[in-house]
Design a binder for this molecule. Structure first.
Ligand code: URA
Length: 239
C-alpha cells in the first residue's frame, strides 16, 4: 500500500472519526515508528510503518468480514428509514463506511449474516454460478411429502412458474417438521415459497452455514465477530 494521510488512513478503519484522529494527533497520542506526529496530514504506509494510536498498535485491513447472528425484527440492509438494520447492531469500534450484508435474510429469519465492505467477495459468494451453498434449518407446519422432497433435487417449481436450481432437503426430526435445506441461490422468500409449493409453511427459519462455514453458536443473537482468513476461505468450500 502507498503512503496516506494519517487522519484519512486511521479513520478508514472505523474506530475513530477524522476529527478524533486530529485531536489524538494534537494530544501527541499518535506515533509513527516510535515518534509522536504533530500533523494529521503526515503520510504513512501501514505496511511498512509502525503506527500506534492511543497506545494501541494500528492494524490496517483493506476489507473486513463479520459474522453476525441476526435476531428477528432486524432487516438485512445498510440503512432503513423505519427498521433496525444489521449494520445498526455492530458495536461502534467495528463500524466503518461501506459495510453491507452480503445477501439478505427476511426480517423474521435468524442466523448467519456476513457483513463486509468487499463487493467482489460478496458478488462471488452470492452468484449462483459459483455454487456457494447456504444451509438453513426450517420448522414447518406440515411435513414435505417424499415425492415433493424428491423434487428438491430436480428443482422445485414455485407458484409463479420459476424453476429453482437443484436444492437439498433432509429431515432432522421424526415428525418431519424440522428440516435442513441447502440452496445455491437466494431468491426473494425462496424457502418460504419452496415450502408453499410443497403444501407446507415455514414457521421458523434460521441460516446456519454459508459454504462450509457454520454459524458460531457462541454468538448470541445480535452478536458478531470478525472472521479469520481461514474461516473466510471455508465459505467458498462445500460443507
Ligand atoms: N428463504 C426465505 O424464505 N427467507 C430467508 O430469509 C432466506 C431464505
Amino acid at each position: 500500500m502507498s503512503k496516506q494521510r494519517l487522519d484519512k488512513l486511521i479513520a478508514s478503519q472505523g474506530a475513530y472519526s477524522r476529527s478524533e484522529v486530529k485531536a489524538l494527533v494534537k494530544a501527541r497520542r499518535v506515533l509513527v515508528n516510535g515518534s509522536a506526529v504533530s500533523d494529521s496530514g503526515f503520510k504513512a504506509d501501514p505496511d511498512t510503518d509502525e503506527i500506534v494510536v492511543d497506545g494501541k498498535k494500528f492494524g490496517y485491513s483493506e476489507f473486513v468480514y463479520i459474522m453476525l447472528n441476526k435476531p428477528k425484527g432486524v432487516v438485512s440492509a445498510s440503512n432503513s428509514p423505519k427498521d433496525k438494520t444489521v449494520i445498526d447492531l455492530l458495536p461502534d469500534d467495528m463500524r466503518r463506511s461501506g459495510l453491507f450484508p452480503a445477501g439478505r435474510l427476511d426480517k423474521d429469519t435468524t442466523g448467519f449474516v456476513l457483513i463486509t465492505d468487499d463487493g467482489d467477495f460478496a458478488h462471488e459468494i452470492l452468484s449462483p454460478k459459483n455454487h456457494v451453498e447456504k444451509t438453513y434449518i426450517a420448522v414447518l407446519d406440515r411435513p414435505v411429502s417424499k415425492e415433493k422432497q424428491a423434487e428438491f433435487e430436480k428443482g422445485v417449481v414455485l407458484a409463479d412458474g420459476y424453476e429453482c436450481l437443484p436444492a437439498k432437503i433432509r429431515e432432522l426430526s421424526d415428525d418431519g417438521l424440522t428440516v435442513e435445506i441447502k440452496l445455491k441461490e437466494g431468491k426473494y422468500h425462496q424457502i418460504k415459497r419452496m415450502a408453499a409449493a410443497c403444501d407446507s409453511h415455514v414457521n421458523e427459519l434460521e441460516r446456519v452455514a454459508m459454504g462450509a462455514l457454520e454459524l458460531d453458536r457462541s454468538l448470541e443473537q445480535g452478536e458478531c465477530r470478525y472472521l479469520s482468513p481461514e474461516e473466510l476461505a471455508l465459505i467458498k468450500l462445500e460443507k
